[in-house]
Ligand binder design. Structure first.
Ligand code: CP
Ligand code: NVA
Length: 307
């Protein structure tokens, strides 16, 4: 049966561990894997812009001996020029996997239902699993462990936050999320994350006070206040989210070694200050680099011969 990567909630903790272990090998010895996906091709079907996701998947496939084809909104006008069903069926005849970046999460599920090949969620309005896997890999790389660590997420209860909730819940990390009223996480995602946390022995709490979430955190994480597709709300959100900024002052409440993280792109001066993103605690570019290594592991797991 084909396997997809749609949500971290679909992975078991040992499967996540497996991805992180393979990522370590890929990062330290990339050359040994340069034929791992020889002759394989993936399509990147993107309805939204991208720097990190597009470049890391394209370069990743190249480094594994395969090929990635970028199909932006002008090529595949998903659901308009052609239905998701027909795109899924057609691409399944040409390529070995699809990375889909889209708006409604439902689109990813629909693509996966109709495709005969693995579908990787390259970001939907609900989730961003590749990001969260790279994030926890980065935390483990920098701090040596995940279990018992506390991640504080400050800002919009969005796709990135949801995937972090799943990842932390599965891996035994405590999470505190601080969002303004009306911009909290999806309640079903929080409920599921809490049930994972119960099994792994960690905790998940929601707050409206950044200071409460940041207290004694090992990781301080933030993301843009207005995500792709919410550009029209940006002005209003900038007002509502004032006070939900990761900066030096907030970081002083966290542990001294606290990692400052951001999936990028960052809006400096909004959700994160220069003195935080450029501080010695910031690992944002290591985090961005790790997208490449983690996604190569995901690609091998889903498309490789010995999956
Ligand atoms: N973090 C991330 O997914 O970046 P892009 O939107 O540039 O791909
Ligand atoms: N929440 C952001 C993440 C970008 C990587 C967005 O969806 O635009």
């Amino acid at each position: 049966m084909k396997k997809d990567l749609i949500a971290i909630k679909d992975l078991t903790a040992p499967e996540i561990e497996d991805i992180l272990t393979l990522t370590d090998r890929l990062k330290s010895d990339s050359a040994s894997f340069n034929q791992a996906l020889k002759g394989k091709t993936i399509a990147l079907v993107f309805q939204k812009p991208s720097n990190r996701t597009r470049v890391s998947f394209e370069v990743g496939m190249y480094q594994l001996g395969g090929l990635a084809l970028y199909l932006g909104p002008n090529e595949i006008n998903l659901g308009v020029r052609e239905s998701i069903h027909d795109v899924a069926k057609t691409l399944s005849r040409y390529v070995n996997g699809i990375v889909l970046r889209t708006f409604e999460h439902q689109n990813v599920l629909e693509m996966a239902r109709h495709a005969g090949i693995p579908i990787i969620n390259g970001l939907s309005d609900l989730l961003h699993p590749c990001q969260a896997l790279a994030d926890i890999y980065t935390v483990k790389e920098k701090l040596g462990s995940l279990k018992g660590r506390k991640l504080a997420y400050i800002g919009d209860g969005n796709n990135v936050c949801h995937s972090l909730l799943y990842a932390c819940g599965k891996m035994g990390m405590d999470v505190g999320v601080a969002s303004p009223k009306g911009y909290e996480c999806n309640p079903s995602v929080v409920k599921e994350a809490k049930s994972f946390a119960k099994v792994s022995g960690s905790s998940v709490f929601m707050s409206s006070k950044p200071e409460e979430a940041a207290k004694d955190a090992d990781v301080l994480y933030t993301d843009v206040w207005a995500s792709m597709g919410q550009e029209k709300e940006a002005k209003k959100r900038a007002k509502v989210f004032k006070g939900f900024q990761v900066n030096k002052k907030l970081a002083s409440l966290a542990k001294p070694h606290c990692l400052i993280m951001h999936c990028l792109p960052a809006h400096r001066g909004q959700e994160i200050s220069d003195d935080a993103i450029d501080s010695k605690n910031s690992v944002v570019f290591d985090e961005a680099e790790n997208r490449l290594h983690v996604q190569k592991a995901i690609l091998i797991k889903l498309l490789g011969e010995n999956k």
